[in-house]
Design a protein around this ligand. Structure first.
Ligand code: BGP
Length: 497
């Protein structure tokens, strides 16, 4: 058998996309709460449109989500029925520290995750915890500008230390920042960065309007510098909490988490190949710091050329060098295509990063291109480079599901997508010798989409009765893929039919 016997099969969610209960039991307001559905979502996610509180006329799907906060027992029971060995979930930072800088943690929030982890334990499910999945206390955004400020590191470290101590004997696997490289694409979503100070004269009413008002070179540079400050602060925070984690419990396994997917050149023209390489380097920068303990030379040179700096302080370089991660985790949905020719503009959507359409691939209902072999390429690229164990912590198909009269969804398309990806994953382990710890599908149960805020972009093995406007009973119903995935896990990947 290709896979290790203790291979961690399971599924992944994020607090803000499933918990709901945004103001329950002392939880504080978070960046993720303030992502409305509809046209304004992207301007907010990009940090162009300042929305620091709920505004009339908008629907905020994360407020209620699928109410996993109150229904976690039912949801975990379903995961257990599928035979899950691992459940990847995130802790909502503002359930623990509602403002981010509170003198004491919120006991109700801490107790909630105790209960969740106890429920997992009941079924022998190992929790894999994302410390930060796209969330940041709004109080810290308002007072110190979030990750642009060095002060965030201490707040984050205190939050992490609190949960490490509390769950020392309940959680072994931790991820620091979900898709840390997403800060390059969606600065507010990923890091609470809003560039509002200079938005005068820029039409932020929609994504199309934004595209019509390009930034001048100065403003563009100013924003990049803010982003690079925030990146350094998050990387330092990640190394610092890795250090703290290992001090508290040397058996803890701490990983970084990258938005994965490789970039293909549009043609074999060396200019296209080079451009594709440059594109992937932006992801490697984050992997390199986490796994090798230093920024790559090309990154430092590029910043120098652009007149940008890294806000180094004494001790930073040693911290990065001495506290690298134990494993590398990543999300994989699709690959990207890039061309050096500005006249090639046939673009399609992907997991936030830019891509051209690939004529050799089919795409999902949302235009994300389906490329199982790309997963093998991605696994090998990361393993060749880092020689650390890997963990696929997100992979799945966002699709329109149509339940029949009994609420049953025959999602053969989802089974087909997952079968092909899992097959390739097995081949990669078997034939290339990649050390793979586990696979968590995104997402085992339908939840709110991060990019669009829709419920109708469904990923689950379990259907949740809720629509894009927030109507529905929240009833959970198993889809066809539920029994299929159960069989896959029971056979440790041998039975994919
Ligand atoms: C990743 C995020 C997840 C998840 C997933 C699917 O970027 O880590 O939070 O949402 O993508 O994306 P979407 O929900 O936009 O379809």
């Amino acid at each position: 058998m290709a896979l290790r016997n203790d291979f961690l099969w399971g599924g992944a969610t994020a607090a803000n996309q499933c918990e709901g209960a945004y103001n329950v039991d002392g939880r504080g307001l978070s960046t993720v709460d303030l992502h409305p559905e509809g046209d304004m979502r992207w301007p907010v996610a990009l940090g162009w449109r300042k929305m620091y509180d709920f505004e009339e006329g908008y629907f905020y799907p994360g407020q209620g989500a699928i109410d996993h906060y109150h229904r976690y027992k039912e949801d975990i029971a379903l995961m257990a029925e599928m035979g899950f060995k691992v459940y990847r979930l995130s802790i909502a930072w503002t359930r623990i520290f509602p403002n981010g800088d509170d003198a004491e943690p919120n006991e109700a929030g801490l107790q909630h995750y105790d209960d969740v982890f106890d429920e997992c334990k009941k079924y022998g499910i190992e929790p894999l915890v994302s410390i930060c999945h796209f969330d940041c206390p709004m109080h810290l955004v308002k007072t110190i500008g979030s990750w642009r400020s060095r002060g965030m590191i201490d707040h984050f470290a205190r939050y992490a230390e609190t949960i490490f101590r509390r769950y020392k004997d309940k959680v072994k696997y931790w991820l620091t920042f979900n898709e840390i490289n997403m800060i390059l694409h969606l600065p507010f979503t990923a890091a609470g960065i809003c560039f509002d100070e200079s938005e005068k004269g820029i039409d932020v009413s929609s994504l199309q309007a934004l595209a019509r008002t390009p930034l001048g070179p100065e403003e563009s540079k100013r924003r990049k510098q803010i982003q690079h400050n925030a990146i350094h602060h998050e990387l330092i925070a990640s190394a610092l909490v890795t250090k703290i984690a290992h001090e508290i419990n040397p058996a803890f396994k701490v990983g970084c988490m990258l938005a994965g997917g490789v970039t293909y050149p549009y043609t074999s023209h060396p200019n296209d190949v080079w451009k594709a390489m440059l594109h992937d380097r932006s992801t490697f920068t984050f992997g390199d710091v986490h796994a090798r303990g230093e920024y790559p030379a090309y990154h430092l040179k590029q910043l120098e050329r652009e007149g940008l700096t890294i806000p180094w302080l004494d001790g930073d370089a040693e911290l990065l060098k001495n506290h690298t991660v134990d494993f590398i985790s990543f999300s994989y949905y699709s690959t990207r295509v890039i061309s050096a020719d500005p006249n090639i503009v046939d673009i399609t959507s992907s997991n936030a990063a830019y891509t051209l359409r690939n004529p050799h691939l089919k795409a999902s209902d949302w235009g994300w291109q389906i490329d199982p072999l790309g997963l093998r390429i991605n696994l090998n690229t990361l393993y060749d480079r880092y020689k650390k164990p890997l963990f696929i912590v997100e992979n799945g198909l966002g699709a329109h599901d149509t339940p029949d009269a009994n609420g049953y969804v025959k999602d053969d398309y989802r089974i087909a997508y997952m079968r092909e990806h899992i097959k390739v994953m097995l081949e990669t382990v078997e034939e290339d010798g990649v050390d793979l710890l586990g696979y968590t599908s995104w997402a085992p149960i339908d939840l709110v989409s991060a990019s669009t805020g829709e419920m109708s972009k469904r990923y689950g093995f379990v259907y949740v009765d809720r629509d894009d406007e927030g109507n529905g009973t929240l009833k959970r119903t198993k889809k066809k893929s539920f029994d299929w995935y159960k069989k896959v896990i029971a056979s440790n990947g041998a039975d994919l039919d």
